[in-house]
Design a protein around this ligand. Structure first.
Ligand SMILES: Cc1cc2nc3c(=O)[nH]c(=O)nc-3n(C[C@H](O)[C@H](O)[C@H](O)COP(=O)(O)O)c2cc1C
Length: 180
C-alpha cells in the first residue's frame, strides 16, 4: 500500500465485525502514530484503549446529543479515547502563549496524531471513525482523566463490516490557490 492509497482508501467506518483487536497490533499502530509531528516535539497526545463495560457505558451515557454515535461505539470492539496533556503545545515555559493562536496548537497536534493513528490502523486492515459529537465532561469523568488531560476525540476501531464509497471531495481548483 502506498501512502497515497492509504490516504485515499481510508474511510470513516461505522460498522464493525465481531472480532477483537489484538493488543500487540494496537501497540504497533500506536508506535507508528508516534511518528506524527508535534509542536516543538512536545508529543502531548495520549491514547486510552477502552473495551468492555466502560466502552458500553460511554456509548450509553455520553452520546445523547447524537445517539448514532452510541450505536457505533457499542458495535465496535474497541474505543480509542484520544487525549492530550494541556499547557505544553503552543505554550512557553512560563505558561504564556507562544503565538497569537493561543491554546489552539494543542488540538492541532491531537488532530494530526489522530489522523496518523487512523491511517496506521487502516494500513493494518482496521477501520475507524473520528468522533467529535459526545458529552465531553461526562466521558472525561468516566475515563477518570486527571486535571491536566483533555479529551480531544473518541475513535471506535475494529475490522470493517462495510465498504462505504468515498464522499465526494471538493475539486483542487477550489482547495488550492496561488499567490505571488
Ligand atoms: C473532527 C471530526 C469529527 C467527526 N465527528 C464525527 C462524529 O461525531 N460521528 C461520525 O459518525 N463521524 C464523524 N466524523 C467523520 C466525518 O463525518 C467523515 O470524516 C467525513 O464524512 C468524510 O468521510 P471519510 O472519513 O470516509 O472520508 C468526524 C470527522 C472529524 C474529522
Amino acid at each position: 500500500m502506498t501512502a497515497k492509497e492509504c490516504i485515499k482508501e481510508r474511510r470513516s467506518i461505522r460498522k464493525f465485525k465481531d472480532q477483537p483487536v489484538d493488543h500487540a497490533l494496537l501497540a504497533e499502530i500506536i508506535e507508528t502514530a508516534s511518528y506524527a509531528p508535534s509542536w516543538k516535539h512536545t508529543q502531548i497526545t495520549r491514547y486510552i484503549a477502552v473495551e468492555g463495560e466502560l466502552k458500553d457505558k460511554i456509548a450509553a451515557e455520553c452520546t445523547g446529543s447524537w445517539p448514532k454515535n452510541g450505536e457505533i461505539i457499542t458495535q465496535a470492539p474497541l474505543l480509542i479515547a484520544v487525549t492530550y496533556i494541556k499547557g505544553k503545545s503552543g505554550f512557553e515555559r512560563d505558561g504564556s502563549f507562544s503565538t497569537t493562536k493561543g491554546a489552539d496548537w494543542q488540538v492541532f497536534d491531537a488532530g494530526i496524531a489522530t489522523q496518523t493513528f487512523c491511517l496506521a490502523a487502516h494500513e493494518k486492515g482496521l477501520g475507524s471513525v473520528i468522533m467529535g459529537i459526545f458529552d465531553e465532561a461526562k466521558a472525561a469523568s468516566l475515563l477518570n482523566l486527571p486535571e491536566e488531560r483533555i479529551l480531544a476525540a473518541l475513535v471506535p476501531v475494529g475490522y470493517p463490516d462495510e465498504a462505504p464509497a468515498a464522499p465526494r471531495r471538493k475539486p483542487v481548483e477550489e482547495l488550492l490557490s496561488f499567490q505571488s
